[in-house]
Design a protein around this ligand. Structure first.
Ligand SMILES: NC(=O)c1ccc[n+]([C@@H]2O[C@H](COP(=O)([O-])OP(=O)(O)OC[C@H]3O[C@@H](n4cnc5c(N)ncnc54)[C@H](O)[C@@H]3O)[C@@H](O)[C@H]2O)c1
Length: 264
């Protein structure tokens, strides 16, 4: 199957670590031209090198905080300058810290909202400014099964990810007429395979910050597929939804979570 992504200009936010890293490498396998926007330039640089080795047409890292609209505009300008346009945006940046809602503070809520939601608004706005005049484009946002299930210790994060699902459906409705498709991928627990796959700014950088080994085992056992997700599982779905093969799919929310949620 020809995904027709060769030399397509793809922007991946948070492409330095774990799922974002796997997304960059999966686009590299298709020969895409990739702009990685990440606050961690060092880790993103390592991924960029690997992406070139894997067959990317070109790769650049633009140090970007997605919560800052001016920095997001600069990242898209760099992508357009180097690769001519932006065909695909992957809104991958996300952040959480597991806590019961009663333990959280308004400062924590604001941080979750800024990184997970405002970052998506910023990048989507600037991407549409590039895509609408061209009557073409694909946007994939990474949400979470916490948005569909109501997960303990993820109250604010799950709520914000549900907002992303809804936001992307509206963006899909408003912009389908311009040939722009917008979809969402909801990972379940998706663990890095080694420490090399995560940077210092990753949610996974602190050992056991998310789950202990025992908890991982329990989570895997409870899934219909009896195994945790790997970053490449999510990346494969993202690449598919970004490609022309998914040319008649828009406004959809797809779980990649071993059957954790089954939305009808
Ligand atoms: N890993 C999981 O189990 C899981 C499950 C469900 C959903 N998700 C979602 O998948 C996405 C990726 O998760 P991950 O596990 O790969 O995360 P991660 O923490 O390993 O990587 C996130 C990357 O984003 C970058 N980043 C953080 N804040 C940023 C900002 N303000 N601007 C630019 N870059 C920033 C980090 O430097 C890092 O490279 C997130 O949206 C997350 O919410 C992950």
């Amino acid at each position: 199957m020809d995904l027709d992504l060769k030399a397509k200009s793809v922007v991946v936010t948070g492409g330095g670590s774990n799922i974002g890293r796997a997304i960059v490498l999966a686009f590299a396998d298709e020969g895409a031209s990739i702009t990685i926007g990440d606050i961690d330039e060092v880790q993103a640089g390592r991924v960029a090198e690997m992406a070139l080795e894997r067959g990317a047409m070109g790769v650049q890292v633009v140090k970007t905080d997605v919560t800052n609209l001016e920095q997001v505009k600069a990242m898209f300008s760099a992508a357009v300058d180097k690769f001519g346009t932006v065909d695909v945006l992957v809104n991958n940046v996300g952040w959480d810290q597991l806590m019961f809602f009663t333990q959280t503070t308004p400062e924590f809520w604001q941080r979750i909202i800024q990184i997970n939601y405002v970052g998506v608004l910023n990048c989507t706005k600037v991407a549409l400014d590039v895509m609408i005049p061209r009557n073409s484009g694909a946007i994939v946002s990474i949400s979470s099964d916490a948005s569909r299930q109501g997960e303990s210790r993820e109250a604010v994060y799950g709520g914000v990810k549900a907002a992303i699902n809804s936001f992307m459906k509206t963006i899909a409705r408003e912009n389908g007429r311009f040939g722009i498709r917008c979809n969402v991928v909801c990972p379940g627990v998706t663990v890095p395979e080694s420490n090399e796959e995560v940077g210092d700014t990753s949610m996974w950088a602190v050992s056991d910050a998310m789950f202990t080994a025992e908890q991982f085992e329990k989570i895997a056992k409870a899934l219909p597929l009896r195994k945790l997700g790997r970053p490449a599982d999510v990346a494969n779905a993202v690449v598919f939804l970004s490609s022309n093969v998914a040319g008649h799919i828009t406004g959809q929310v797809l779980s990649v979570s071993g059957g954790y949620s089954m939305a009808g």
